[in-house]
Design a protein around this ligand. Structure first.
Ligand SMILES: NC(=O)c1ccc[n+]([C@@H]2O[C@H](COP(=O)([O-])OP(=O)(O)OC[C@H]3O[C@@H](n4cnc5c(N)ncnc54)[C@H](OP(=O)(O)O)[C@@H]3O)[C@@H](O)[C@H]2O)c1
Length: 313
């Protein structure tokens, strides 16, 4: 134990949000950071925190880890996030997205831990004509959405100190991660002159992973508990998101072909339209809100910096 530092455990540290969280908390001076994820640590920077490679669906191992660290905070990002895989492998999805949360909630209760849990717009059916508030009634239409709603309900009923951050279509730069995201997929495909079909009938408010990580920090800093929406303030069709990416990176839009969701025959249903009302988060979480286009410019700068570091090595 490092005297005076607040211990924080970040699950899923190899993932998109997990990596951003490690980088963010390393810049803060008052945290001792512990990270857990499956397999080897995929972050380029392996210093300044303690990494555990572990399948945290193994309840005993997860409990032992939490008992050993006794963190003040857990930020739980680990999840089965591929919506179609969740539809096809429901048991595995429930084990990761529901049972794991049940264990963490139990551990949080026993050890007086503030649990910060990441949830999703997919708990909604996407039929509302306006943006969703934190009070709107969920109605998931996919197994992924259902599993995330079940996990929220476990936490809500538990009497622990919790923050649930619901978010939408997260994108950002990650080290050594094969899992792509909407912006990187469009950018990489267009750079390779590969044609992509993109849906015109699903609308989202895309979220920059750095902003989502910041919202986790703000939940701690402002001692904000309850449910909060976190996203950009720009509602676009996924097709229009792709067009904005092409323009931001000066790539040829000709390779982006419009398609209707029904023509893709995907295993899981998607909510047609999910945007968030961010007023509660602005007020209580002190969430700074950005437009998608502005964050794309920051993302572009990050990529340029990352690529120049790679070329120097
Ligand atoms: N990405 C989005 O668009 C989006 C939208 C709404 C909500 N969310 C929520 O935001 C959170 C973070 O998402 P993300 O995009 O950062 O996810 P991600 O990139 O898929 O990362 C999740 C991480 O969890 C790890 N993990 C999964 N099962 C594990 C297990 N049994 N033991 C240990 N580690 C395990 C994975 O490890 P491996 O890499 O080794 O498999 C992965 O690195 C999730 O709760 C997700 O539901 C995401």
């Amino acid at each position: 134990m490092i005297f005076g530092l607040k211990k924080i455990l970040i699950t899923g540290s190899n993932g998109l949000l997990g990596q951003k969280l490690i980088k963010l908390f390393l810049c803060k001076n008052d945290f001792e950071i512990f990270a857990v994820s499956r397999g080897e640590n995929r972050l380029n920077n392996k210093k300044g925190y303690t990494y555990y490679s572990m399948d945290i669906t193994k309840q005993d191992k997860l409990s032992d880890l939490v008992n050993k660290i006794k963190p003040k905070y857990i930020i739980h990002t680990a999840a089965m996030t591929n919506v179609d895989a969740c539809e096809l492998h429901k048991k595995e999805c429930d084990l990761i997205n529901v049972e794991m949360v049940s264990t963490l909630t139990e551990m949080s209760k026993r050890n007086n831990i503030h649990l910060i849990h990441i949830s999703t717009d997919f708990i909604f059916d996407g039929e509302k004509n306006s943006v969703y508030t934190e009070k709107d009634k969920p109605n998931p239409i996919s197994h992924y959405g259902l599993s995330k709603l079940k996990s929220e309900n476990i936490i809500l009923k538990s009497n622990i100190k919790y923050t649930i951050l619901r978010t939408i279509l997260v994108y950002g730069l990650v080290d050594n991660n094969e899992r792509s995201n909407i912006v990187l997929w469009v950018k990489n495909s267009l750079e390779n002159k590969k044609e992509i079909t993109v849906v015109t009938d699903q609308f989202r408010m895309p979220t920059f992973a750095d902003d989502l990580a910041e919202s986790c920090f703000l939940a701690i800093e402002n001692d904000a508990t309850g449910i909060f929406n976190v996203s950009s303030n720009t509602l676009l069709s996924i097709y229009d998101i792709a067009i904005e990416v092409a323009r931001a990176f000066n790539l040829d839009e000709i390779f982006i072909k419009p398609i209707k969701t029904s023509k893709l025959f995907l295993p899981a249903k998607r909510p047609p339209r999910t945007g968030f009302d961010l007023n509660k988060s602005i007020k209580l979480l002190k969430l700074p809100v950005y437009a998608f286009g502005d964050r794309l410019q920051i993302f572009k700068e990050q990529i340029a910096k990352y690529e120049s570091t790679l070329s120097q090595n």
